[in-house]
Design a protein around this ligand. Structure first.
Ligand code: HEM
Length: 133
């Protein structure tokens, strides 16, 4: 059996938080038609319940992300560094669009910002895998 070390804990927490932030958004989006059929205010209630774990997960991503940077600092030059900068910009867009999505008043703005936060969350995952190599 392989040994468990701090790298194991660090990546486990980062990936677990990513499954909640990314997987949760994809799952909630898939559930919206059924939630809407259950009642006009049900999607909002479900989104509020998801937000109670989504934002703590995003905070864990930021904290373990900085831990990742510290742990992998010997790699941070050239293409790796460029990829990391791109990732941080994508993550910022994911968080900002999620916040604006929750504040949106019109269905059009809500749908557009919802799509943007989903796409940037998936992109952050993809670029994360690129960094992990
Ligand atoms: C939406 C937010 C984020 C998502 C979905 C995400 C996702 C991921 C994933 C899936 C990995 C690959 C893990 C592996 O295969 O071992 C990863 C690695 C990494 N992430 Fe993130 N991440 C996010 C935010 C951040 C942030 C904010 C930072 C930096 C401040 C960051 C820095 C890193 C680094 C440096 C790695 C490489 C770790 C290593 O190779 O040891 N991530 N990320």
């Amino acid at each position: 059996m392989l040994a468990v070390n701090w790298d194991t804990i660090r990546l486990f927490l980062h990936v677990l938080a990513a499954t909640i932030w990314v997987g949760g958004q994809v799952t909630l989006a898939a559930l919206v038609p059924a939630l809407r059929a259950a009642g006009s205010d049900v999607p909002k209630a479900a989104a509020n319940a998801y937000n109670r774990i989504a934002w703590p997960a995003f905070a864990v991503l930021l904290l373990t992300g900085m831990w990742n940077i510290a742990a992998e600092h010997d790699k941070e030059h050239g293409a790796y560094q460029t990829t990391l900068i791109v990732k941080v910009v994508i993550v910022a867009a994911s968080g900002l669009s999620a916040y604006l999505h929750a504040q949106a008043k019109s269905r059009g703005a809500m749908a557009a910002l919802g799509a943007l936060t989903g796409v940037t969350a998936l992109a952050a995952t993809f670029v994360g895998i690129m960094l992990a190599g």
